[in-house]
Design a binder for this molecule. Structure first.
Ligand code: SF4
Length: 325
C-alpha cells in the first residue's frame, strides 16, 4: 500500500528579509513495510518537510504541492484539522524531545491509553493490556507497575521508549520520526534505534525517519533521500547510495563518515567546505555550486536536471553532460 505520495512540495516562509524558499519542490514516496531516511545538514529543509507531512508546519508558511496523498487521502490545501483525523487512524509521529510531548502531570498509563479509549471506544482494561504489551516490546521492565508512574520517574532513554510505545498505541501504518534520538547519548541512541527498527519490521510499518546521522541510516534504511537547500538531490537504495554516491554532495557526506578499518583513530575526516546558501528569493543554477569541487561552468547559471544514474534520480549537470550511467 502506498502510504505517502508527494510531488513538488514547496514551502516558503515570509521573513523580514524577504520570502525564504525553504523547500523548493520535493518528491517523496513510501510504501508499507519500507524505511525511508531523509538526510542532510541542518537547515536543508528536512525537519520542515517532516513537520508539514505531520500537518504541523509553521502557521505563517505558504505551502503548495502538485500531489500530496497520505494514507490514500488527498491533503493538498488541507487545514491542520484534516491531520487530526489521520493521527490515530494510521498516521503516528515521534518527536525529538519526549519532554515536550509528555505531560508531566499525568501518569504514563493515562497518556498511553486516553487517545485509543476515545478514538477506538475500547475499555480501559483493553487499553492497559495494549499499553503493557507495547512497553514490554520497547524494553521497559515491569510495565504493569510503571503505568502508574509519571514521566519524571523515567530516564531520558526510557522516555524516548515511551514515545515509541505511545506512537504505536493506535496501531499505525505510517510512522514519521524526526531525529528521535538526537537528545540521547550514543549508546542509548543505538538501543532505541534497534527497538524502532525491530518494531518497524515486525509490524510492517512504513517508517519515514529524518536524521542527520548517516550511521543510523546505514543500519536501518531501505532507501535514502538526500536533501540539500530545499531539494532532494539524490534518492536511491541505501546500499547503492553508500557504496557509489553519485551526487557530489552525497559523496561529500559519505566521505565524512568514519569507516572501520579504513579511518585511523584521530585522523581528521574530510568536511564539505563552505556553507548552505541562503534561500531568500530565487536560487540561480545549482544551490551546491559554491561548495562543489566538480562544478561545471553551466552549474552557476542553469538549475541542474534530474537524471537517472545507477537506476535512481540524481539532480546534477555532471550526468546530463557525460550521459547517464
Ligand atoms: Fe556540482 Fe554542478 Fe552537480 Fe551542482 S550540478 S552538484 S555544482 S556538478
Amino acid at each position: 500500500m502506498t502510504l505517502l505520495d508527494l510531488k513538488n512540495l514547496r514551502i516558503s516562509i515570509p521573513t523580514e528579509r524577504g520570502l525564504l524558499n525553504a523547500v523548493r519542490g520535493v518528491d517523496l514516496a513510501l510504501k508499507s513495510g519500507e524505511t525511508l531516511c531523509l538526510v542532510g545538514e541542518s537547515g536543508c529543509g528536512k525537519s520542515l518537510t517532516a513537520m508539514t507531512l505531520m500537518g504541523l508546519g509553521p502557521k505563517t508558511a505558504r505551502t503548495g504541492a502538485d500531489r500530496f496523498t497520505l494514507l490514500g487521502h488527498d491533503m493538498v490545501g488541507k487545514k491542520p484539522k484534516a491531520w487530526s483525523a489521520l493521527r490515530g487512524r494510521g498516521l503516528s509521529v515521534i518527536f525529538q524531545d519526549p519532554m515536550t510531548s509528555l505531560n508531566p502531570t499525568l501518569t504514563v498509563g493515562r497518556q498511553l491509553t486516553e487517545g485509543v479509549i476515545r478514538s477506538e471506544g475500547i475499555t480501559r482494561r483493553e487499553a492497559d493490556i495494549r499499553a503493557i504489551e507495547l512497553l514490554e516490546r520497547v524494553g521497559i521492565a515491569r510495565p504493569g507497575q510503571r503505568l502508574g508512574q509519571y514521566p519524571h520517574q523515567f530516564s531520558g532513554g526510557q522516555r524516548q521508549r515511551l514515545m515509541i510505545a505511545m506512537a504505536l498505541m493506535s496501531r499505525p501504518k505510517f510512522l514519521i520520526a524526526d531525529e528521535p534520538t538526537t537528545a540521547l547519548d550514543v549508546t542509548i541512541q543505538a538501543q532505541i534505534l534497534t527497538v524502532l527498527a525491530g518494531l518497524q519490521r515486525d509490524l510492517g510499518l512504513g517508517l519515514l525517519l529524518i536524521t542527520h546521522d548517516l550511521g543510523v541510516v546505514a543500519a536501518i534504511a531501505d532507501r535514502v533521500a538526500v536533501m540539500y537547500a530545499g531539494r532532494i538531490v539524490e534518492e536511491g537504495l541505501t546500499d547503492t547510495i553508500f557504496r557509489t554516491p553519485a551526487h557530489p554532495y552525497t559523496a561529500g557526506l559519505m566521505a565524512a563518515i568514519p569507516v572501520p578499518g579504513r579511518t585511523r583513530r584521530g585522523m581528521p575526516l574530510p568536511a564539505i567546505p563552505g556553507r548552505v546558501p541562503g534561500l531568500i528569493g530565487e536560487v540561480r543554477g545549482c544551490a551546491f555550486c559554491d561548495r562543489c569541487a566538480r562544478a561545471l561552468p553551466v552549474c552557476a547559471q542553469v538549475a541542474p536536471p534530474v537524471v537517472q544514474v545507477q537506476g535512481h534520480p540524481v539532480e546534477c549537470h555532471l550526468y546530463a553532460t557525460e550521459g547517464a550511467q
